[in-house]
Design a protein around this ligand. Structure first.
Ligand SMILES: Nc1ncnc2c1ncn2[C@@H]1O[C@H](COP(=O)(O)OP(=O)(O)OP(=O)(O)O)[C@@H](O)[C@H]1O
Ligand SMILES: [Mg+2]
Length: 453
């Protein structure tokens, strides 16, 4: 690491000499000048990490120097050395933009402590600013619609991810946009020059999975007529997207873990290991934490793939995004079907907001495709929506005390409510625990005591 560069200002040459020796000895690079004007000139021409200035100097005072320097270099920490006991100047120093002040005569330990804090503060400030700039520069992908708080959160995560090639796990209910997000992560990251190789782990029989992933050597099994390059190697220099990773059988999971740990794959039937360089993004609509605790998914693999988690909110948690998405799909299908449809009638819009969308964005998309195809007017009406959406009346929560003659114990009330919440979130224990304000362990314990597996 480079030593921190200090600019030290005092009109007393003797003080400068002592401080130069002391601070150099402590690992700083020190430049001393004897007036405010000389300090400003030095700051113009050189980079410094911090400034320590005396207060009382002929010509420009330390306070004025502090004001001027702070105006031009707002991130530069300035420490003022004040005469002992002058609270007023101390307050004035902070107002003038000083980071801190110390009393004269300078105590080396105190100065070092103050400087360490000042430099740490400066570093954090710079890091924060950089992060803010990346986030501000990041535009949500054009094909991703939604400005709800839940989606803003996702965009901000995507922005932070843009400079890394971290391993990402995307989770969320079916149809929430996991594949779309995987594409966005790939496009914005450092591996974007390479290909995105997408593979659905549920789409091939278990017996073929390993040869798909790692490739195989000629003659490895009956149908292996020639060598085959697996997906890991096809994705070299780019990204491998393993969709539905929760469906992978345990035997393949072991091999996947090994490949990820060693950054090498061994094609089926070959004794050669081949290194690969691909980023891994995986996705699942399963509750992997539950699968881990129930032994269906390896915990060590889970930690490997779950480095950065992007949890996609269900559509019903995205408020008015449903309408933005509906308008977006209507415009798209109107163009595709060459129909003069634009927008929704209020009754239809209202229904889209009350319906719970178990199939999420994909269901909404299908629903709008059908509506545009059926539409005979210029706007989508309630009648254009499928019956189960049209007739949907909102979720009914049957509160345990609905029947006042049935007196229940607190435990029974709790049990019924917990089971209702579990059902409402589609069986996801992670989401149920979050809604109930329990940790998952507590939820498990309770479910077990109810005999729920
Ligand atoms: N925010 C969004 N803006 C626009 N289109 C979206 C958005 N989210 C999803 N879609 C569209 O909805 C459809 C479903 O998305 P996607 O296939 O990414 O979901 P998924 O979570 O991978 O679903 P599954 O779990 O069923 O595989 C796609 O056509 C996708 O383009
Ligand atoms: Mg998908």
């Amino acid at each position: 690491m480079q030593p921190a560069r200090l600019l030290f200002i005092d009109d007393d040459v003797a003080v400068c000499d002592v401080m130069r020796t002391t601070l150099t000895h402590r690992g700083f690079e020190v430049v001393c000048v004897n007036s405010g004007a000389a300090a400003l000139a030095a700051l113009e021409h050189e980079e410094f990490d911090a400034v320590v200035t005396d207060l009382n100097m002929p010509g420009m005072s330390g306070l004025e120097l502090c004001q001027r320097a702070h105006a031009s270099w707002p991130n530069l920490p300035i420490v003022l050395v004040t005469a002992f006991g002058s609270m007023e100047t101390a307050v004035a120093a902070i107002r003038a933009g000083a980071y801190d002040f110390i009393a004269k005569p300078i105590q080396t330990q105190e100065l070092l402590l103050t400087l360490t804090r000042a430099l740490e503060h400066r570093k954090l400030k710079a890091e924060n600013q950089q992060l803010r700039e990346t986030v501000a520069r990041f535009k949500p992908p054009a094909d991703m619609i939604g400005d709800s708080a839940a989606m803003q959160e996702l965009y901000s995560m995507l922005a932070r991810l843009a400079t890394t090639d971290a391993t990402v796990l995307i989770t969320g209910e079916s149809g929430t946009g996991k594949e779309l997000v995987a594409q966005a992560v790939h496009r914005s990251g450092p591996h974007s020059a390479g290909q995105l190789v997408a593979f659905n782990c549920a789409a091939v029989p278990d017996t073929m999975l390993e040869s798909e992933l790692f490739g195989h050597a000629r003659g490895a099994f009956t149908d292996a007529k020639s060598n085959r390059t697996g997906l890991f190697l096809q994705a070299n220099g780019g990204t491998l997207f393993l969709d539905e990773i929760g469906e992978m059988p345990l035997t393949t999971q072991v091999k996947l873990l090994r490949a990820l740990q060693e950054r090498k794959v061994r094609p089926v039937g070959s004794d050669r290991e081949v290194p690969f360089d691909a980023r891994l993004i995986s996705a699942t609509s399963r509750d992997l934490e539950t699968d881990v605790s129930e032994g269906r998914f390896r915990e060590d693999l889970f930690y490997r793939i779950n480095v950065v988690r992007l949890q996609l909110p269900p559509l019903r948690a995205r408020g008015k995004d449903a309408l933005l998405l509906a308008e977006h799909f209507i415009a798209r299908f109107a163009q595709q079907f060459k129909k003069p449809v634009a927008g929704l009638q209020p009754a239809a819009a209202e229904r889209l907001l009350t319906y719970t969308w178990p199939g999420n964005v994909r269901e909404l998309q299908n629903c709008m495709e059908r509506a545009v195809a059926l539409s005979q007017g210029e706007q989508i009406t309630l009648e254009d929506l499928p019956a189960h959406v049209r007739e949907f009346e909102g979720t009914k929560f049957v509160l345990p005390l609905e029947n006042p003659t049935e007196l229940l114990s607190m435990d029974e009330v709790e049990k019924r409510y917990i089971l209702q919440v579990l059902q409402a979130v589609g069986g996801s224990r992670t989401n149920a625990a979050a809604a109930l304000g329990f940790d998952r362990r507590t939820l498990y314990r309770k479910l077990k005591s109810y005999g729920v597996e």
